[in-house]
Design a protein around this ligand. Structure first.
Ligand SMILES: [Zn+2]
Length: 247
């Protein structure tokens, strides 16, 4: 069910902006911070992906109101985990005022990276996308977040240095149900991989990859996913991918 003008919890306020923000009471400073993170991200993503700005809202929700946030299902999502939902119009990024401690490492870069990750999902899903392996969609989000950080001059070294570079699986091998810790290790491996791709090929591959994903009409299997990524990287892409232990 699509809800227009969703009912927000009592006392919530609205902050205008490129991405308007509905926020919990007494959260003006956090909302202003989120607005700045979103403006940086939306501007950079429009340029990197070569797309029009997106019609989108953000909701900054406190833990005690979390179950009132819009979502696709009837059961409440775990608190502290941001998500993107098309259950309302315009679609919304639902952001917690406090990030779940499962997000690791916790550095100055954590919150912006998490917000930009969800923002990239919103950009990808502005057009229909066929089924793909999860790693491909999550890679788009993590590489986009890293690309925005590069453009915004947000230093990532301290953050990246705290990531375990050998979690015992590759980005394509994590399947099925995984616990929160494995999910975090998977996302961190994708972030490291995204940074490596950006260093090797620059950010242009993101536009080619996202537009290629929009043009796909059949379910993308593992083989096709690798092909899409290799083609987006361009000359030498496939050889480089095969040389990467995390891939
Ligand atoms: Zn994601």
């Amino acid at each position: 069910m699509l809800v227009r003008n969703p009912v927000t919890p009592p006392g919530y306020e609205r902050l205008a902006g490129v991405v308007p923000i509905v926020h919990a009471p007494r959260m003006e400073r956090s909302a202003a911070n989120v607005r700045s993170i979103l403006e940086t991200g939306a501007g950079a993503l429009s340029e990197v992906l070569v797309v029009e700005p997106l019609e989108l809202e953000a909701m900054l929700i406190s833990d005690e109101d979390w179950e009132q946030a819009p979502r696709e299902t009837t059961y409440t999502y775990p608190p502290g985990l941001p998500y993107f939902t098309r259950s309302v119009h315009p679609p919304a990024l639902v952001l917690p005022t406090t990030l779940s401690p499962t997000f690791q490492p916790q550095t100055k870069a954590t919150y912006p990276l998490v917000v930009w990750h969800e923002l990239a999902h919103a950009f990808l899903l502005q057009k229909e996308v066929v089924r793909t392996p999860a790693w491909l969609r999550e890679f788009v989000s993590q590489a986009s977040a890293a690309a925005i950080a590069r453009r915004a001059g947000l230093p990532l070294a301290e953050h990246l240095n705290q990531i375990d570079r050998g979690p015992g699986f590759t980005i394509r091998a994590l399947r099925g149900h995984v616990d929160a810790e494995e999910q975090m290790a998977f996302q961190n491996l994708l972030l490291l991989f995204g940074v490596a791709v950006l260093e090797e090929f620059g950010e242009g591959f993101l536009e080619r990859l996202v537009h290629a994903m929009w043009e796909e009409t059949n379910t993308v299997d593992e083989e096709r996913a690798e092909e899409l990524l290799a083609n987006a990287l361009g000359s030498g892409g496939r050889t480089w991918l095969r040389s990467r232990p995390e891939f």
